[in-house]
Design a protein around this ligand. Structure first.
Ligand SMILES: Cc1cc2nc3c(=O)[nH]c(=O)nc-3n(C[C@H](O)[C@H](O)[C@H](O)COP(=O)(O)OP(=O)(O)OC[C@H]3O[C@@H](n4cnc5c(N)ncnc54)[C@H](O)[C@@H]3O)c2cc1C
Length: 298
């Protein structure tokens, strides 16, 4: 079914008005880097007859500090280019600007948004593992002044699906700012140097006590599980322990075991299982100060 109507909203209220009247028929378009590809390929769901362009809503773009800086809000329409350069985001999240820098090409980063990336719910979406490690939540607005805040840990009920309702607009992603003593690592494993989907993407955070013990660890690996989730068994091993080569080995092994249990044996398993274990080991060792950091340019 071709699109019948096109609306361009200049503020949140206008967008919510269209969603309130035509919700299930509406396809929201932010940067359009996924939507326009699907539109041209004739791959839109048949019920989507109304295109709602939200890209002009300036209030949904940018990074803000809330609650005196304790919480960070990334507007859903913040482009990857903007997020990659944002000083507040670099300080408060460490890994999100690196994840945004790893997306596509300069053209894609200039149009594509953080909110659009999350809502593709794709296994290889680069910002999802970083936001999961940041304990981020999705802020969803709906007609009539309704608002829901859903932790990303509960936001992906099934592969390639998110929990957004047909009449909702994603307005922001929010997460607690990382305080002092946090370290992070983001590494995207790709087939070629640019414009490539992640084979695996590692978004790791850890907070070390002044005497060097791991107080907290948050590990996400994109394209490793059917539905985005944290690697909690490995996190539990790390918490309360002093960094050592054995600890890193055990944690990397726990990550590989979680992927194997969740995905079973696939055509890609002989490649992905050992590679995930090796890269997880290397990134953990670097983050915990046991090895020199390995850079892949993001
Ligand atoms: C050449 C190319 C290379 C790419 N490389 C990468 C890559 O390396 N890594 C990667 O992760 N992705 C990549 N992508 C995918 C894409 O660019 C990103 O996912 C991008 O972040 C999508 O953002 P967007 O604003 O363009 O989303 P859109 O295409 O506008 O929308 C994507 C989805 O989100 C919904 N949506 C968007 N905003 C909202 C909102 N505020 N509220 C409710 N629903 C909303 C749309 O309805 C749609 O379902 C690539 C795409 C292309 C074409």
């Amino acid at each position: 079914m071709p699109l019948e109507r096109h609306f361009s909203a200049s503020c949140v209220e206008e967008a919510l008005d269209v969603l309130g009247r035509r919700g299930p028929e509406v396809l929201i378009c932010a940067g359009g880097t996924d939507v326009m590809v699907a539109l041209r390929a004739g791959a839109l769901p048949p019920e989507k007859r109304v295109l709602l362009d939200v890209s002009r809503i300036a209030a949904l773009s940018g990074v803000r500090e809330l609650d005196g800086g304790a919480e960070i809000e990334v507007g859903s329409l913040t482009t990857h280019a903007l997020a990659s350069q944002d000083a507040v985001l670099a300080r408060s999240s460490i890994i999100l600007p690196r994840a945004c820098r790893s997306v596509g090409s300069p053209q894609v980063r200039n149009r594509g948004t953080v909110g659009g990336n999350v809502l593709t719910a794709a296994q290889c979406a680069d910002t999802i593992p970083a936001l999961l490690s940041l304990n981020a939540s999705a802020v969803l607005a709906a007609p009539g002044g309704r608002e829901r805040i859903v932790p990303l840990a509960d936001f992906f009920p099934a592969p390639k699906r998110s929990a957004i309702e047909a009449d909702e607009l994603l307005t922001a992603l929010r997460f607690p700012s990382l305080g002092p003593r946090w370290r992070g690592s983001f590494y995207k494993l790709i087939r070629r140097a640019a414009v490539a989907k992640a084979r695996l993407s590692f978004a790791f955070l850890a907070r070390l006590s002044p005497d060097g013990v791991v107080e907290d660890a948050r590990l996400s690996i994109g394209a490793a599980l059917p539905v985005p989730a944290r690697f909690e068994a490995a996190e539990a091993l790390l918490r309360g322990s002093a960094p050592s080569a054995e600890l890193v080995e055990d944690a990397a092994e726990a990550c590989a075991a979680q992927m194997a249990a969740a995905t079973g044996k696939r055509w890609s398993s002989p490649y992905k299982n050992p590679v995930l274990r090796a890269v997880a080991r290397r990134e953990l060792a670097a983050m915990l100060g046991l090895e020199a950091p390995h850079e892949n340019g993001f």
